[in-house]
Design a protein around this ligand. Structure first.
Ligand SMILES: Cc1cc2nc3c(=O)[nH]c(=O)nc-3n(C[C@H](O)[C@H](O)[C@H](O)COP(=O)(O)OP(=O)(O)OC[C@H]3O[C@@H](n4cnc5c(N)ncnc54)[C@H](O)[C@@H]3O)c2cc1C
Length: 301
């Protein structure tokens, strides 16, 4: 099948892109890497009357430090993050590792960080990591720029806080998280995961857990931060037994819906395993001087 006919605009600036969206109305769509939108158009599950191509917009492909924070321009590709030099992602080494988990090289070369968040697939790795890292999403619309915490931006499967005439321009990751890790289980390499977990751990001098964050995807219609993680883990030891007990108890508190890919009980079991593996990796990293030296594969073995 071919997509239905559509108008096509190539704006030079983000403001022009917003103006094009307004000109063409609510049935127009922004296209970034096209890796999610175009397949949907070929299946005619999306029938935009116009495409506003962000590929010609200046200034949206960026990845740079801003004090402690990292700013990721909407059009930064998965591949650009995967291959970013150390100084650009210093303290955020989980970013290139996560990029490597996404799809296959041809998709990573075209697909974008902003497109992934705007597409809001509940299983998208960037959505999970952004949730763990308290990302702030900046959007530009006719009324100007606004910034939204990612937990208020992602509203469920394919739904975001973006208005039809707004574009996502940048995502800010406010603090480095040298211990952050993300692990996932999928049916095949390069596909979206069934369940994934992302964690961050700070250790006290005695090796107990001083601070922790745990986020999981594949258990709800968007990635969720587990509010019980601090209660279960802070003050506890960071050894295998303590981590396994915590992962079990956090997963047991989940009530994932089942679907054609995996039943609810199976997702809960996967969540326990993914949380444990990710916690192990984070603890290993937290125990090393920043930037942590171990690779995720070494830590989660
Ligand atoms: C074979 C295959 C395997 C894949 N595997 C994975 C995977 O393992 N993990 C994963 O996370 N993803 C996966 N994807 C999806 C891929 O990562 C996409 O790149 C990503 O979901 C969307 O990015 P994009 O730049 O291609 O966006 P597009 O496809 O261009 O757009 C997607 C949606 O977001 C909107 N949009 C895009 N950018 C903006 C913006 N700046 N402002 C407002 N709206 C915007 C578009 O209007 C559209 O509705 C896979 C895709 C394919 C084809």
């Amino acid at each position: 099948m071919r997509p239905v006919r559509f108008a096509y605009a190539r704006p030079r600036t983000a403001e022009e892109a917003v103006a094009e969206l307004q000109r063409h109305g609510p049935q127009a769509r922004v296209v970034a890497g096209g890796q999610s939108l175009l397949p949907l158009m070929y299946q005619r599950r999306e029938r935009p009357t116009a495409l506003v191509d962000l590929g010609t917009v200046e200034g949206l492909r960026s990845l740079h430090r801003d004090g402690d924070a990292l700013r990721v321009g909407a059009m930064t590709t998965h591949r650009a993050i995967e291959t970013a030099a150390g100084s650009e992602v210093h303290g955020f080494r989980v970013l290139p590792e996560t990029a490597r988990l996404i799809a296959h090289l041809p998709v990573r070369v075209r697909g974008t960080f902003g497109g992934s968040l705007a597409h809001a697939d509940p299983l998208a790795e960037w959505c999970l990591l952004a949730t763990l890292l308290d990302a702030e999403v900046t959007a530009l619309g006719p009324a100007g720029v606004r910034t939204v915490p990612v937990t208020e931006f992602l509203l469920g499967d394919g739904r975001t806080a973006l208005g039809w005439d707004e574009i996502l321009v940048e995502v800010r990751l406010p603090r480095p998280a040298p211990s952050a890790a993300l692990v996932e289980f999928g049916w095949q390499e390069g596909s979206l995961p069934v369940v994934a977990a992302a964690t961050e751990v700070e250790l006290a001098p005695d090796g107990s857990v001083a601070a922790v964050r745990v986020a999981v995807s594949g258990v709800a219609d968007r990635p969720v931060l587990l509010p019980g993680a601090e209660k279960v883990l802070v003050g506890a030891g960071s050894g295998e037994q303590a981590l396994a007990a915590a992962a079990r108890s956090l997963a047991d508190a989940l009530d994932p819906p089942g679907d054609a890919w995996a039943g609810g009980a199976y997702r809960r079991e996967l969540a326990a395993t993914m949380i444990l593996r990710s916690l192990r990796a984070s603890v290993t990293r937290a125990g090393l001087s920043a930037p942590a030296r171990t690779t995720l594969q070494e830590a989660s073995r």
